[in-house]
Design a protein around this ligand. Structure first.
Ligand code: HEC
Ligand code: HEC
Ligand code: HEC
Ligand code: HEC
Length: 175
């Protein structure tokens, strides 16, 4: 009599075991809550030659939090972004080699997209999906991204408007 139940038992093993494995894997994931932030492959940040590490000058130099026109260094930087903002909304006064998020977390310059994404969340989502900016690589493999700052100068991110060229001269009008 018992023998006729054997196939059922084998079936039960086939289905219940994987189910248990999947369930425990899911429990493990939900126990960790958020998975670690995904890293995106990017080329080196577009620094001017010789400017990085910033600490070569800033180490030991007290941070000056007063908004002002810079005259001794960085004269090329005039902030035209986020009205009322200042350098330390993005840069870290303690260690200038890192950027600072508004929650106080320090991020390396290779991860500046997370800084921009605090205020441009929709664009950061589109960037990750390859809809904004530039993404290359294989569809199911490794992908490379350009950083926001490869295209937008963070201190004055709007593109300069282009002066239109005059229209071409029609052959009939050439005298
Ligand atoms: C909106 C955020 C933001 C603000 C505000 C900001 N910066 Fe930056 N800054 C950045 C980011 C991001 C980079 C990195 C660009 C890169 O990866 O090359 C950068 C780069 C720099 C660099 C390196 C420039 C170079 O030529 O390579 C200097 C110097 C600098 N910032 C100084 C300043 C100063 C001074 C201020 C205030 C007047 C300021 N920044 C305000 C985000 C900001
Ligand atoms: C060659 C030296 C040098 C390097 C390299 C340098 N800085 Fe500076 N930085 C200065 C000086 C000097 C000032 C003060 C300028 C002034 O007050 O007119 C300054 C001012 C600043 C300020 C304004 C706030 C403050 O504390 O005065 C920020 C922000 C800043 N630097 C960020 C950076 C970042 C980010 C880098 C690296 C990407 C960098 N600097 C690299 C010399 C340097
Ligand atoms: C603290 C908030 C904040 C952060 C951080 C921030 N932005 Fe912005 N950004 C703004 C605001 C507000 C505006 C619109 C007002 C303006 O143009 O000044 C803006 C405008 C822009 C524009 C559009 C400019 C135009 O007029 O077409 C670009 C591009 C841009 N940001 C890029 C960036 C990049 C790249 C970063 C990261 C390096 C960044 N932003 C970080 C607040 C922020
Ligand atoms: C490959 C270059 C490139 C990269 C990388 C890039 N952008 Fe842009 N971005 C553009 C261009 C081009 C526009 C359109 C400018 C226009 O229409 O004037 C734009 C427009 C914007 C605007 C203005 C949007 C609007 O609706 O007015 C913001 C803000 C912005 N980008 C933020 C970002 C942020 C944040 C990142 C990174 C997460 C990023 N961009 C990465 C090229 C780029």
């Amino acid at each position: 009599m018992m023998r006729s139940f054997q196939p059922l038992r084998i079936l039960a093993r086939i289905f219940i075991l994987p189910a248990a494995v999947i369930l425990s894997a899911q429990l493990a994931v939900s126990a960790e809550h958020a998975p670690p932030a995904k890293k995106f492959l990017v080329p080196p940040p577009p620094f001017s030659p010789g400017i990085f590490p910033c600490s070569q000058c800033h180490q030991g130099m007290p941070a000056n939090r007063t908004p002002r026109k810079l005259e001794m260094m960085h004269q090329d930087i005039t902030l035209k972004h986020m009205p009322g903002g200042w350098c330390f909304d993005c840069h870290n006064p303690g260690n200038r080699d890192k950027l600072k998020l508004s929650n106080g977390r320090l991020v390396p310059f290779e991860e500046s997209y997370n800084l921009c994404g605090q205020c441009h969340g929709t664009i950061l989502r589109e960037w990750k999906a390859g809809l904004h900016g530039k993404r290359t690589g294989s569809w199911n493999g490794e992908k490379q991204y350009l950083l926001c700052v490869h295209c937008h100068w963070p201190h004055e991110p709007a593109f300069k408007s282009l002066t239109p060229m005059p229209p071409p001269v029609r052959p009939a009008d050439i005298k």
